[in-house]
Design a protein around this ligand. Structure first.
Ligand SMILES: [Cu+2]
Length: 437
């Protein structure tokens, strides 16, 4: 029995690391627990192995993950492995498995083909179960990773507490705009402080585990480099001073070097208007302090990965249109795909290039997530783009059109796509389709 847990910060996991593939065994008991978000600030929550986030699973590409879910919750559950190219029966949705009943267990077993930053979370009654803490990170290391001075994982979440300090019940308004919390946490803790040595460069892996919130990330306005997306390293690093991380998406960064010892840098989100119904504001999530200088062994190549374009340059012809829509009802809003709740979409064939036009007909952004397959973003509003990374979650901004391409490999079965604003998914903005040989 080996459970690989990564501390909040660790010496570098990077660098060449080839070894024989292993089985990684993890126990994930889902149960009620006490979540201490800050010293003395405890809330009743649900977590894997009693912690929020759940255990961080670290493996190498080529390993097999064996995760033993035991359900000691008062209601049924299942686990979705977000971003992983696994066999359909292991995807954790109700299309492919019966929910695990209280007192029962289920073993997930699948190979980990790709290096990258992934996460796992409940795929049952998500608006309650994920909000209460049933999520965790899964890091898969590649054979030839760039070298950093340290690795850091930051799982971002927002929690809505009521006036008694308990996790709030779902409100009608949540169904419309998605639930945004009034408490911001990184790795389950309010306002954490991290330290980076002056002169050093760290690899940061960020997961947005919020129900609905978009994070327009800034590090006090300082430049940093994006080195990876949902599905591992991007083609080359790009230097920015901010980025937009939609709900459920991941990003990998090179942070540093900083020269000003004792500087305090805000880990913050800048105002972003994803819906006209919410007033954008700046929030501080945590603090990064620049510590005493230390030597650096970091080495980040100019070229990180080769992303072969799936679609030749030039005009893009979609094979399918997926319209994201809404309908007013007596109980507020229904959220729709092609005018239907829980849309039954046409099958796709193994090996056949898919070019999907995601058309947002609503006045609100939606983070579109495809299960089981990475895609490339090939056009925005009809204007071709050069794919720089592999992704499984993309923001389709209000009234905009995003075109994605993927080629289903030989993993037939039932798959789904949906808006990852959990309340929208629950209210119908979801489609399912079969991959057939
Ligand atoms: Cu949505």
């Amino acid at each position: 029995m080996t459970t690989h847990q990564m501390p909040l910060s660790s010496p570098s996991l990077s660098g060449p690391s080839s070894r024989a593939p292993r089985e990684i065994h993890v126990d994930l008991e889902a149960r009620e627990t006490v979540w201490e978000m800050a010293p003395g600030r405890r809330v009743s929550a649900w977590g894997y192995e009693g912690s929020v986030p759940g255990p961080t699973i670290v493996a190498h590409a080529g390993d097999t993950l064996v995760a033993h879910l035991v359900n000691n919750l008062p209601e049924p559950t299942s686990i979705h492995w977000h971003g992983l190219r696994l066999p359909a029966p292991m995807d954790g949705t109700q299309l492919v498995q019966r929910l695990v009943q209280p007192g029962d267990s289920f073993e997930y077993r699948f190979a980990l083909p790709d290096a990258g930053t992934f996460w796992y979370h409940s795929h049952a009654n998500e608006t309650v179960q994920i909000e209460r803490g049933l999520y965790g990170a899964l890091i898969v290391l590649g054979a030839d990773e760039p070298v950093f001075d340290a690795d850091r994982l930051l799982v971002l979440d927002d929690v809505k507490l009521d006036r008694h300090g308990n996790i709030a019940k779902t409100a009608l308004f949540d169904r419309h705009s998605g639930r945004e919390g009034n408490v911001l946490v990184i790795n389950g803790r309010v306002a954490p402080e991290y330290q980076i040595a002056a002169g050093q460069v760290e690899r940061w892996r960020l997961v947005n585990a919020c129900s609905a919130r978009y994070v327009r990330l800034s590090l006090g306005g300082r430049p940093f480099r994006i080195i990876g997306g949902d599905g591992g390293l991007r083609d080359e690093p790009v230097t920015v001073t901010e980025l937009l991380l939609p709900a459920a998406a991941r990003v990998e960064l090179a942070v540093g070097p900083f020269d000003d010892e004792d500087a305090q840098i805000a880990i913050e989100s800048l105002p972003y208007r994803r819906t006209a119904m919410k007033r954008p504001r700046r929030d501080v999530w945590g603090t990064l302090r620049v510590g005493p200088r230390a030597p650096s062994a970091a080495s980040i190549p100019a070229r990180l990965a080769t992303i072969e374009p799936l679609v030749p340059p030039g005009p893009v012809t979609p094979t399918r249109t997926v319209r994201l829509g809404a309908r007013m009802t007596l109980h507020g809003h229904d959220w729709l795909i092609n005018d239907q709740q829980h849309h039954h979409d046409a099958p796709v064939k193994v090996g056949e290039l898919q070019v999907w036009d995601l058309v947002n007909q609503t006045g609100m952004d939606h983070p579109f997530h495809l299960h089981g397959f990475f895609f490339q973003v090939v056009a925005i509003d009809g204007v071709p783009t050069i794919p720089r990374s592999w992704d499984d979650t993309v923001n389709v901004a209000a009234k905009k059109r995003v075109t994605i391409a993927f080629r289903p490999d030989d993993r037939p079965g039932q798959w789904m796509y949906h808006c990852h604003i959990l309340e929208h998914h629950a209210a119908g903005m979801m489609g399912h389709f079969e991959v057939v040989r």
